[in-house]
Design a protein around this ligand. Structure first.
Ligand code: COA
Length: 164
């Protein structure tokens, strides 16, 4: 039987940091579901549909589209896991910033569904300070951050920011 896991996030937009976690997760799991989940604290630059298309296009360019499902859900993550028979959640862990928040979220998810385990993959050193909002800010202010974001998504960020 395939070993499946879920990689949830807002992905507004997907960065090379996220992509690195996806590729490294595929060394452990046969299939990954990248789940665009709702973070009630966030207002996104891109619509759900735009983010799904962006991610699918990047997966195709990386030739890993057959091993990665892209889906979205606006309820509790644990419910999506239950409905889709997945019990492993993958999270990228960046030094300093993530531990407390990730610890709380993993505990809460396990409290909500005892079958769930969260596994953490240490973010690559090239991406450890990255976050999607930082990328959007740098692009907005004209900085070059090409090595941190897939080129197709960078173009879309530039286009979107211009229309605002
Ligand atoms: N490389 C680069 N950036 C990374 C990264 C990596 N490896 N990992 C995370 N980031 C960035 C993200 O882009 C994001 O940037 P932003 O805040 O500027 O948008 C930031 O770090 C935080 O990422 P993350 O912790 O993944 O937050 P998120 O909002 O993307 O995801 C959910 C949080 C969606 C997984 C969570 O809210 C959730 O599970 N929601 C579903 C509802 C639910 O079940 N809630 C109860 C949870 S206990």
């Amino acid at each position: 039987m395939d070993k499946n896991a879920i990689y949830p996030g807002t992905f507004d937009p997907l960065t090379n940091g996220h992509l690195d976690i996806i590729k490294r997760s595929l060394k452990i799991f046969d299939k990954i579901t990248v789940l665009l989940a709702l973070n009630t604290q966030k207002k996104t630059l891109f619509t759900l549909e735009e983010r799904i298309n962006q991610i699918k296009n990047v997966l195709i360019s990386e030739n890993i589209q057959d091993k990665v499902i892209v889906d979205c859900f606006d309820g509790l993550l644990v419910n999506y896991c239950r409905e889709n028979d997945i019990n492993i959640i993958i999270r990228g862990l960046r030094p300093l910033v993530d531990f407390e928040y990730e610890f709380e979220m993993a505990m809460a998810n396990r409290e909500l569904n005892h079958n769930i385990e969260t596994i953490f993959i240490l973010t690559d050193q090239n991406y450890f300070y990255l976050r999607s909002s930082l990328i959007k800010d740098v692009i907005k202010l004209g900085g070059d951050i090409s090595n941190k974001i897939p080129p197709s998504i960078k173009d879309e960020v530039i286009k979107k920011i211009k229309t605002f």
